[in-house]
Design a protein around this ligand. Structure first.
Ligand code: ME8
Length: 512
C-alpha cells in the first residue's frame, strides 16, 4: 500500500486555538482523508510546541508552572481536533519524553558531524516570533514582522548553517516542487542567496526547554526542538523504527507563510547535517483576516472556530474555508462571504440538485433507485463522463494543494447536472415517457453518488448522509469505486429524502 505522511505546524501553547490554526489543520485533514479514500496508508500528525521563552512567559503571566500551563493549553488544541472532526493519527507534544530523546540524539549527531560549535550570541531576538534578527533587518526598532525585539548577549552553541548554502540552493534548483506555491520558492531562494549566517541554537538566560546534552546550562533553541517533532513522531533513532522506515521522508509539511523560512531553510539543513532524507514538499498557505482586519487579540477580533461551526454548521465551515480562497493566497473571513457560499454553492447548487432528484425518485420510481439503463443517450454519456473524469483531476489538484480548484471542478459538474435536469425535464417525461424518466433519474443518482464520494474529504458528515440517502453502503465509498464499471446497479430502496444543506436564515428573515 502506498504511504503518505503529512504534518501541520505544532502550535504554540501561549493561547487558545483560533481560526488560523484550525485552517492549517483542516487543510491537512482534507488531504489526509482524500489520500485514505484513494488507497494510501496515511500518517497525519499535529500537536503542540510547548517550550521556549514565549510559552514560559505566558505561563508566568498566568502565575502557573509551565508544565501545568502547557498541559492545560495543549488540551485545548487536542479538543479542537475532535470538535472539528479532524482525523490526525497522532498528537505530539514537545514536552513528551519521546521528543526530548530525539532532540538530544540529533544534537549529538550534529556535534559529531562538526556542525555545532560553542561561541556567544550578541544581537536581537523577538520572543513573539522566537526568532533572531540581524541589525540590518530591524525596522523602527522592531522585527520585520512587527514583533518587539530585545537585545540578547549570552554564551550560545551555533549550528553551521552557512556551510549549507550551496546544498540548499542545489535542493531548490533540482527539486522546484520542494516549496509550494511556486511563487514562494523565489522568496526562499533569495533569502538563501543573500547569505546564511550560522544559527544560534541554544539559550542560557532561561530554562524552559530541552537541555543540551553534556552542557545543561544551555537549553536548545525552540525551533530546533520544534522542527524535530516531525521525525520524533515516526520514531527516528529508536531501535524499532518501523514507522520511520515506512513514513519518512514526509510527503508534506503544511505551514503558514509566516514560518516558511524555518521549514524550507533551517529544517532541510538540520536534516542534511544528520544525513537524513529531506521532506518532499513544504507548502505555505496564506493568512486570514476578519472582515478586512488583521486578526489579533488586541483588536479583540479573534475568530473561534468552534463557535463558527456552531453558527454555520461544521461541514459548511469546512467547505467555506477550503473553497473561498485560492489555497496559498491570503483570505478574508466575512459573514457575507460565508452565507453566500452556504446558500449558493451548498443549499442552491448541491442541495437542490439532490433534493429535486431524490424527491422525484422517491415519488415516481417506487421509492427505489431506478435500474441502470441498458442504453444511454449522448447527453447522459457527456454528464457521466465529466463526473468520472473528476477523480483524476482532483488527484492532481490535491497533490498540488489546490483544494479550491478541486471543489470548483466538482461544482462545475454539479452545475452541469442542474442544467441536465432542466433540459431533460424528468417531471414532464413522467407522463410522456416514464422509461426515459427513469433512465434520466438513474444518470442523476449516479452523478450524485460520484459527487458525494468526492466531497467526503471536505464535508464528511454531509457526504455520509447523502450516501446514506442514495443507499450506498459505507463499504462502497472509496475512490476505487468512482468509475463507470462500478456504477450503481439500481433497485436499492431509499427513504424520503431530507434536505442536507440548510440555507442560512437570520432571525429577522425567519420571522418574516
Ligand atoms: O509558529 N491565518 O506556532 P503558532 C492563517 N510553534 N493561518 C494562521 C493564522 C492566520 N491568521 N494565524 C496562525 C508556530 N495561523 C510554531 C510552529 S512548527 C515546527 C512550529 C497558522 O502557534 C499558520 O499555520 O504561531 C501558522 O504558520 C501557524 O498557525 C503558526 O502557529
Amino acid at each position: 500500500m502506498p504511504t503518505y505522511y503529512l504534518t501541520t505546524p505544532i502550535y504554540y501553547v501561549n493561547d487558545k486555538p483560533h481560526i488560523g490554526h484550525a485552517y492549517t489543520t483542516l487543510s491537512c485533514d482534507v488531504l489526509a482523508r482524500f489520500k485514505r479514500l484513494d488507497g494510501f496508508e496515511v500518517k497525519f500528525l499535529t500537536g503542540t510546541d510547548e517550550h521556549g521563552q514565549k510559552v514560559e512567559k505566558s505561563a508566568a503571566d498566568r502565575g502557573m508552572d509551565p508544565q501545568l500551563f502547557t498541559d492545560e493549553v495543549s488540551q485545548n488544541f487536542r479538543d479542537l481536533t475532535a470538535q472539528l472532526n479532524f482525523t490526525n493519527d497522532d498528537f505530539i507534544r514537545t514536552t513528551e519524553s519521546r521528543h526530548k530523546s530525539t532532540c538530544q540524539k540529533i544534537w549529538r549527531q550534529m556535534v559529531d558531524a562538526g556542525d555545532i560549535y560553542l561561541d556567544s550570541y550578541k544581537g536581537w531576538y523577538a520572543v513573539r516570533d522566537e526568532a533572531y534578527y540581524a541589525e540590518s533587518e530591524i525596522v523602527d526598532g522592531k522585527a520585520p514582522t512587527g514583533a518587539p525585539v530585545e537585545w540578547v548577549e549570552e554564551p550560545s552553541y551555533f549550528f553551521r548553517l552557512s556551510a549549507f548554502q550551496d546544498r540548499l540552493l542545489d535542493l531548490y534548483e533540482s527539486n522546484p516542487d520542494f516549496v509550494g506555491p511556486k511563487s514562494r520558492l523565489n522568496e526562499v531562494k533569495n533569502f538563501v542567496k543573500g547569505g546564511l549566517r550560522d544559527l544560534s541554537v541554544s539559550r542560557t538566560s532561561f530554562s524552559w526547554g530541552i537541555p543540551v546534552p553534556d552542557d545543561e546550562k544551555h537549553i536548545m533553541y525552540v525551533w530546533l526542538d520544534a522542527l524535530t517533532n516531525y521525525i520524533t513522531a515516526v520514531g527516528y533513532g529508536e531501535d524499532q523504527h518501523d514507522e520511520y522506515a515506512k513514513f519518512w521522508p514526509a510527503d508534506l509539511h503544511m505551514v503558514g507563510k509566516d514560518i516558511l523560512r524555518f521549514h524550507a531553510v533551517y529544517w532541510p539543513a538540520f536534516l542534511m547535517a544528520v544525513g537524513a532524507p529531506l521532506p518532499r514538499r513544504v507548502f505555505a498557505h496564506g493568512w486570514w483576516t476578519n472582515e478586512g482586519q488583521k486578526i489579533s487579540k488586541s483588536l479583540g477580533n479573534v475568530i473561534d472556530p468552534v463557535s463558527l461551526a456552531e453558527t454555520y454548521g461544521l461541514d459548511q465551515m469546512r467547505y467555506f474555508l477550503m473553497r473561498e480562497v485560492p489555497f496559498g493566497s491570503d483570505g478574508d473571513f466575512s459573514h457575507a462571504a460565508m452565507t453566500h457560499r452556504m446558500n449558493g454553492d451548498l443549499a442552491n447548487d448541491l442541495g437542490n440538485l439532490c433534493q429535486r432528484v431524490l424527491s422525484m425518485v422517491f415519488k415516481n420510481c417506487g421509492e427505489a433507485i431506478p435500474a441502470k439503463p441498458e442504453q444511454l443517450q449522448a447527453a447522459d454519456n457527456t454528464i457521466l463522463a465529466s463526473a468520472y473524469a473528476l477523480l483524476e483531476k482532483n488527484r492532481t489538484q490535491y497533490d498540488t494543494q489546490q483544494f479550491h480548484e478541486a471543489l470548483k471542478s466538482i461544482w462545475d459538474v454539479i452545475g452541469d447536472a442542474n442544467r441536465y435536469v432542466d433540459e431533460m425535464a424528468p417531471w414532464a417525461l413522467r407522463k410522456t415517457d416514464p422509461d426515459r424518466m427513469a433512465d434520466v433519474l438513474w444518470v442523476l443518482c449516479e452523478v450524485v453518488r460520484v459527487v458525494a464520494i468526492l466531497i467526503q474529504p471536505v464535508m464528511p458528515q454531509a457526504a455520509a448522509r447523502l450516501l446514506d440517502q442514495i443507499a450506498v453502503p459505507p463499504s462502497e465509498r472509496a475512490f476505487s469505486l468512482l468509475h463507470g464499471g462500478a456504477s450503481m446497479a439500481g433497485g436499492q430502496g431509499i427513504n424520503k429524502p431530507e434536505p442536507i444543506f440548510p440555507r442560512y436564515v437570520t432571525e429577522e428573515q425567519d420571522a418574516s
